[in-house]
Design a protein around this ligand. Structure first.
Ligand SMILES: O=P(O)(O)OC[C@H]1O[C@H](OP(=O)(O)OP(=O)(O)O)[C@H](O)[C@@H]1O
Ligand SMILES: O=C(O)c1cc(=O)[nH]c(=O)[nH]1
Length: 175
């Protein structure tokens, strides 16, 4: 199935219009509700299949960001047989008190897995936290990159963004 067909199907399922306050505080007239594709096993499978070739050689762990990145990382882990990591927004305050659930990240090459990137703020926070814990973090793969075209939202932290779908592709898919 073509990338255009995937863009059409994700867009038709996820794009909402209205007034939405985003994580960054920006207000947008559009919102991609990733849970609407993640909750559909066939559509999640197609997104994960398209993500497989974006995973860099040498990846040791796939770090899915809470919450929406976690189902994608799990699906990607099942395809690549790379172990998954589940990265919380805040470390748990009891039990193991971990931010990143799963194998130890110290010395590991972690590829982040995100659902939607707008400003890159959530990915930036996770990158800093994982690097502080000793991980090597150089690439984030995401389902939807809706950051402004031509900008590199995570260049300031030296992170490469590899999207399955960009906002431009989703716009084009609508015709
Ligand atoms: O690039 P940014 O400007 O940081 O915006 C994108 C982030 O915002 C959403 O997180 P949110 O905390 O709303 O999502 P969740 O439902 O995945 O917890 C989304 O899942 C990204 O993590
Ligand atoms: O920036 C966000 O918070 C955001 C945008 C979007 O389209 N979808 C989403 O889940 N979060």
């Amino acid at each position: 199935m073509s990338d255009e067909q995937l863009a059409r199907d994700v867009d038709a399922r996820c794009r909402l219009t209205g007034e939405f306050t985003l994580r960054s505080g920006q207000v947008s007239s559009e919102y991609f509700d990733k849970y609407l594709f993640e909750s559909d096993p066939a559509l999640l499978a197609r997104v994960a299949d398209a993500m497989v070739p974006l995973v860099p050689e040498g990846t040791g762990l796939l770090g899915g960001l809470e919450l929406g990145g976690v189902p994608i990382a799990t699906a990607l882990s099942a395809r690549t047989l790379l172990p998954a990591l589940f990265v919380r927004k805040q470390a748990k305050e009891y039990g193991t008190a971990k931010l990143a659930e799963g194998p130890d990240v110290a010395g590991a090459r972690v590829t982040l897995v995100e659902d939607v990137i707008t400003t890159g703020g959530a990915v930036r926070d996770a990158t800093r936290a994982l690097r502080e814990a000793g991980a090597v973090v150089e690439v984030v793969v995401c389902a939807i990159d809706r950051s402004p075209a031509g900008e590199d939202p995570l260049a300031d932290v030296g992170l490469e963004v590899r999207p399955v779908l960009t906002k431009a592709q989703l716009d084009a898919a609508r015709g």
